[in-house]
Design a protein around this ligand. Structure first.
Ligand SMILES: [Zn+2]
Length: 118
């Protein structure tokens, strides 16, 4: 799979981002939070992620161990991405592929993650 430049954002357009990430690698987690939001996530190092607009519109939600900063648009409620850390301390961005421009959701290779039992 190839890393490419992805563009995306929230529904109302306030939050826009650009990231170097794999478009086709979709992680589908069954934890209480991901399941409700229906996330299809791709992960990339945080320095490959750029927030282009909407910093002032983002609201943060943390739960459980509070290591992931879930950021959603305070205008339209959509969560295009989150910021977190791997167990080794590497900072990552988790991009919601459903918020990427012109993406073919049916073509994604979905990898299940058993977040519910982690
Ligand atoms: Zn919005």
């Amino acid at each position: 799979m190839a890393v490419e430049t992805l563009h995306g954002g929230c529904h109302c357009g306030a939050v826009r981002f650009e990231a170097e990430a794999e478009r086709m690698a979709a992680n589908e987690c069954n934890c209480s939070h991901c399941a409700k939001k229906g996330f299809l996530l791709t992960f990339t190092p945080l320095d490959k992620f750029t927030l282009l607009s909407g910093e002032d519109k983002l609201t943060e939600y943390r739960f459980n161990k509070k290591v992931i900063s879930h950021q959603f648009c305070s205008v339209c409620g959509i969560q295009p991405f989150g910021r977190g850390e791997m167990p080794d301390g590497t900072k990552i961005a988790a991009i919601n592929l459903r918020c990427v421009d012109d993406i073919d959701l049916g073509a994604l290779e979905r990898t299940p993650i058993d977040g519910k039992n982690l």
